[in-house]
Structures are given as structure tokens and as C-alpha cells.
Design a protein around this ligand. Structure first.
Ligand code: OGA
Ligand code: MN
Length: 294
């Protein structure tokens, strides 16, 4: 029997009674979906799963998102099989990246508050992250509840943002860190997409602020105005009361709803392996009409 205990005053739950090495029945899938709609982040402890088991579990909630276009790793450098997103600090041989490795520097972008795949026209539904080995101290992952962020805005701000649309691109998140050397092919891959700033959850009807480090401007606003306002909203959304900090143990698995949360990873000793493997559940719809191709 699956049960879920809330572990933070605002959101996030811990699941007990689930074994992810075994196929899930319809009732178990429904219990997790309902828990996700309520808690937005769910933690499972002690799940010693294989990549195939992780992918099978993921498919209970929708199709696996095609990872293409999400990073600068070349096909022949890939450590994991198709369907798995490698968010570790490891190269193909399992060794931590050198300090100046371009892939490492690109991955530093995960330390900025973001929502996975907000740079895709159809952004992700859930992300499912399995800790195969952990680096400590550090390497915590923090989550912010964007429904609570929306609910605690003042009326004027809520009215201002209701119909705003932002442009999101990996170019903006990486650019904000000073990572600006991109090939023409990478630039083409990072073409901005449009996302609403306020989303409505398809099941619960709750509204949330849809922010991400990938958001670089608000359509129709000047860039400095956009950045100033987005910075303000991000500050509001990530105030400590609205943040759950996950301290990883080996074989933890965490699911989050990218439509209702942001997350970021904190610093850790990068000479140690931190083997984190993600699967992503594809979203079902665009949040905004896309601009005509230039
Ligand atoms: C991710 C991510 C954070 C981490 O998997 O999408 O941002 O803790 N990872 O590695
Ligand atoms: Mn992420």
C-alpha cells in the first residue's frame, strides 16, 4: 500500500510502500499522480533500480521526453542509453570531468533555479532523478513551490502577469553565467521558445508562476525591464519558506512536477563522482503559441 507523508510545511511528500523494481498497477500509478498533484515533489528512499526499471516506472506517467537539444554532449560521448538523461559529473569512462571540460561548465547551469525543458516548445511534465552515488557534503537539490509563489503575489502583480509570455532558451541561462561560446549548430539548437508566465494545472486548476533561468525576456517588454521584473519574481518565488531542500542518500529517487516547481543543485566536491540519472516525462501541450519562424 502506497502512503504519502508531507515533509515540508508547503509541499513535498515522502512515499512509503513503493518498490520501483516491480511494475506498478493502475491503483499505484493513480496514487502517485494524486500525490504529485498535491505535493508537486515526491521522495522515494532506498530504490536500487536499474536504468530499465527507471524508464519503465517513468512510462507510467507518459512518454519519455526526447533528450535531444538539451545539452552540448556529443552523441559519441554519451555515457547512458537513450531515454536516460545524464546529470552526473562523469565522462563516458565514469571519471569526474576535468575542471575545464566544456560539459562540466555547461552543467553548472543546473545551479540556477530552473524548470526542466522550459526551453522546449512543449516543456516537460515530470522529472525523475535517481541517485546512484552521492557526493557529500553538498550537492543538495532545492525545490521551490511555484503555486505558493503565485498565491503569495499581491493582486497588482497577479493582474500584470496574467497574460504575459516569456522567451526561454538555454542561451539565456548559460549566457547569464558567462558561458557564451557556442557553435552555430548549438545556437540553432537553442532557438528561443515562448511560454506563458502563469500556468494553470490541467488537473487541479491551480495557477503557478512559470519561471526558469532559461527565461530571458518578456514578449513586448524591453530586455532590461524584463530581466528586472523576472529577477524580482524569482526572488519572491525562492524565499526560504517556499523551498524544500533535498539531502541525497544513495538510491533516493525524487520526482518533481516541472509545471509547478523550480529546482537547482548546490555546490559539491566535483572531484568525487556524483552519479545522478534522470528520466523525463514529456509534457502534453504548449503553454503559448510560438512565434513565426524567422
Ligand atoms: C536535473 C537537475 C539537479 C541535481 O536533473 O534536472 O537539475 O541535483 N539536477 O543534479
Ligand atoms: Mn534540472
Amino acid at each position: 500500500m502506497i502512503s504519502i507523508r508531507q515533509i515540508h510545511p508547503v509541499f513535498a511528500g515522502e512515499v512509503s510502500g513503493a518498490d520501483l523494481t516491480k511494475p506498478f498497477g493502475a491503483a499505484e500509478v493513480a496514487a502517485i499522480e494524486a500525490g504529485m498533484d498535491r505535493c508537486a515533489v515526491l521522495v522515494f528512499r532506498d530504490q536500487r533500480i536499474t536504468d530499465d526499471q527507471q524508464m519503465a516506472f517513468t512510462q507510467n506517467f507518459g512518454a519519455i521526453e526526447n533528450a535531444k537539444g538539451g545539452n552540448i554532449t556529443k552523441d559519441d560521448q554519451y555515457r547512458l542509453k537513450q531515454g536516460m538523461v545524464d546529470v552526473s559529473n562523469l565522462d563516458k569512462e565514469g571519471k569526474p570531468f576535468e575542471r575545464d571540460d566544456r560539459r562540466r561548465i555547461f552543467n553548472l547551469g543546473n545551479r540556477l533555479w530552473h524548470s526542466d525543458s522550459s526551453f522546449r516548445a512543449i516543456p516537460a511534465k515530470y522529472s525523475i532523478l535517481s541517485a546512484r552515488s552521492v557526493a557529500s557534503p553538498g550537492g543538495n537539490t532545492e525545490f521551490a513551490d511555484m503555486r505558493a509563489a503565485y498565491d503569495t503575489l499581491d493582486d497588482g502583480t497577479r493582474a500584470t502577469i496574467e497574460d504575459l509570455v516569456c522567451e526561454h532558451s538555454l542561451m539565456y541561462s548559460r549566457g547569464s553565467m558567462g558561458f557564451t561560446e557556442l557553435t552555430d549548430a548549438e545556437r540553432a539548437m537553442m532557438k528561443p521558445v515562448r511560454q506563458r508566465l502563469v500556468r494553470t494545472h490541467p488537473v487541479t486548476g491551480r495557477k503557478s508562476l512559470y519561471l526558469s533561468s532559461h527565461a530571458g525576456n518578456i514578449v513586448g517588454w524591453l530586455v532590461p525591464e524584463s530581466r528586472d521584473f523576472l529577477r524580482d519574481l524569482n526572488e519572491h518565488a525562492t524565499q526560504r519558506e517556499l523551498v524544500y531542500t533535498h539531502r541525497w542518500r544513495q538510491f533516493d529517487l525524487v520526482i518533481w512536477d516541472n509545471r509547478q516547481t523550480m529546482h537547482r543543485v548546490r555546490r559539491f566536491d566535483e572531484t568525487q563522482p556524483r552519479d545522478m540519472r534522470r528520466t523525463t516525462v514529456a509534457g502534453e501541450a504548449m503553454t503559448a503559441a510560438q512565434a513565426e519562424a524567422a
